[in-house]
Design a binder for this molecule. Structure first.
Ligand SMILES: NC(=O)c1ccc[n+]([C@@H]2O[C@H](COP(=O)([O-])OP(=O)(O)OC[C@H]3O[C@@H](n4cnc5c(N)ncnc54)[C@H](OP(=O)(O)O)[C@@H]3O)[C@@H](O)[C@H]2O)c1
Length: 329
C-alpha cells in the first residue's frame, strides 16, 4: 500500500531553484507503474534542471531526477509486478515524467528495468545514467572495432560521473586508458580507477591543427568544446570517438580532414532514448562487467535536502565522481 503523503523536490515554471515539498497521492501524475523510490543519483542534466541553468523540465510542477531505483508498489502492466526491484534511467524522467527526487513516482512500464543480478538498488544508482552512458559509449567503440589491443583510449571530463565510470569500465576490460581531468587533485584517483596515464584537460583542448599526430584509438568525450575538435584531429586511422557530453560547451568547430583522411568515426550517444532491448542488454553487461569494487572511492551519498547544494557545486564543476541520493533515510 502506498503512503498517503510523500516528499519531493519540485521545480515550477518561471520559479528559480527547487523546493522540497510534502505532497499527497493526488499530486502525483498518472502512470502505469507506481514506484517507492529508494535511491536516485545526481547527473549533470539534473544540475541544469535544479539550478535553472538549462530548460530540462517540460511539464510543471515537475520532480527532477533522471534516475531512480526502488520497489514496485502498483502496476497495471502484466510484465511489471508488485514487489519487483527496479531501476529507471532517462526515458523522459524529470522532463515530461515525474523524476527520482521524490519518494514516490509513476512511470511508463516500458521504461522499467528489473535490477539485474549482481546489483542492488543502491549500486544501480551509483552507476545510474552515468554508468549506463559509459556502457553505451563502450559498445560504440566496440562496434567500430576498438579493442583492448588497439591503442590508447582517451576519456575526457574523467573526474565527473560518466568520465570516472568510463575510466573504470574500460580499464577493467583491459583497455589502455588516458584520463583527462581539469582537477590536479584527482590524478591519483584516476590511477586507482585503472588509468594508465592522466593528463590535464588543458593539454587536450587548445586550437588544434586540422590533423595532429595520431594518438588515440578511441575516445569517450563528455566535454564537447574545446576537447572534441582536438580529439578528432589526433585520432588514429579508423579510430572512433563516442561523443556523449557538452560539459565544456556545445559548439563543434572542426574540419573534414579526420573523416576523409583517417576514416575517423564520430558517433553520438543518447542514453535517454536508448531502445528497451539495448537498455536491458547494457544493464546486464554493467552488472557482470563493471568493477563494482571501484565504486566505493568515487561515490558520495546524500539525502534529498542536500541535492540543491550538490547541483550548484556540479554546475561550478567542483564535484567529482558520483552522488547517490538516499530516499530511505
Ligand atoms: N548523451 C547522454 O546520454 C549523456 C548521459 C549522461 C551525461 N551526459 C553529458 O555528459 C556530460 C558529463 O555528465 P556527468 O553527469 O558525468 O557530469 P559531471 O559529473 O558534472 O562531470 C562533468 C565533468 O566535465 C568536466 N567539466 C565540467 N565543466 C567543464 C568545462 N567548463 N570545461 C571542461 N571540462 C569541464 C569536469 O571534469 P574534470 O573533473 O575531470 O575536470 C567535470 O567533472 C554532461 O555534458 C552531460 O550532460 C550525456
Amino acid at each position: 500500500m502506498a503512503r498517503e503523503r510523500f516528499r519531493a523536490l519540485i521545480v515550477q515554471e518561471g520559479v528559480p531553484g527547487a523546493q522540497l515539498r510534502e505532497l499527497e497521492m493526488a499530486d502525483l501524475p498518472a502512470g502505469e507503474v507506481l514506484i517507492e523510490v529508494a535511491y536516485s543519483s545526481i547527473n549533470y542534466k539534473d544540475a541544469l534542471s535544479m539550478t535553472g541553468k538549462g530548460k530540462i523540465a517540460r511539464r510543471f510542477p515537475m520532480a527532477p531526477g533522471i534516475d531512480m531505483s526502488g520497489t514496485v508498489l502498483e502496476s497495471s502492466d502484466p510484465t511489471v509486478h508488485v514487489g519487483d526491484s527496479v531501476l529507471v534511467t532517462g526515458c523522459g524522467l524529470g522532463e515530461t515524467i515525474w523524476g527520482g527526487f521524490s519518494e514516490l513516482a509513476r512511470v511508463p512500464a516500458e521504461s522499467v528495468v528489473p535490477i539485474p543480478e549482481g546489483l542492488d538498488a543502491q549500486k544501480a544508482m551509483a552507476l545510474g545514467t552515468a554508468g549506463f552512458t559509459a556502457m553505451l559509449c563502450l559498445q560504440v567503440l566496440e562496434h567500430y572495432g576498438v579493442r583492448p589491443g588497439s591503442g590508447d583510449v582517451l576519456v575526457t571530463g574523467a573526474g565527473g560521473g560518466v568520465g570516472s565510470l568510463s575510466v573504470a569500465l574500460l580499464a577493467s576490460l583491459g583497455y589502455r586508458v588516458t584520463a583527462a581531468t581539469g582537477k590536479q587533485a584527482l590524478h591519483e584517483r584516476m590511477k586507482d580507477l585503472g588509468a594508465q596515464s592522466v593528463v590535464d584537460s588543458k593539454e587536450i583542448g587548445g586550437r588544434p591543427r586540422p590533423l595532429e599526430s595520431a594518438r588515440w584509438a578511441g575516445a569517450i568525450d563528455t566535454v564537447g568544446q574545446p576537447t572534441l575538435p582536438a580529439i578528432l584531429s589526433a585520432m588514429n586511422y579508423r579510430g572512433c570517438v563516442a561523443a556523449c557530453g557538452n560539459a565544456g560547451g556545445m559548439e563543434l568547430h572542426t574540419t573534414v580532414f579526420p573523416f576523409i583522411l583517417r576514416s575517423v568515426a564520430l558517433v553520438g550517444v543518447s542514453s535517454s532514448q536508448c531502445p528497451r532491448n539495448e537498455r536491458l542488454d547494457a544493464w546486464q553487461r554493467l552488472a557482470s562487467e563493471f568493477p563494482l569494487e571501484k565504486l566505493a572511492s568515487i561515490v558520495d551519498r546524500v539525502r534529498l535536502e542536500a541535492v540543491p547544494a550538490v547541483c550548484e557545486q556540479m554546475i561550478a564543476a567542483s564535484t567529482s565522481g558520483r552522488t547517490v541520493v538516499d530516499l530511505t533515510a
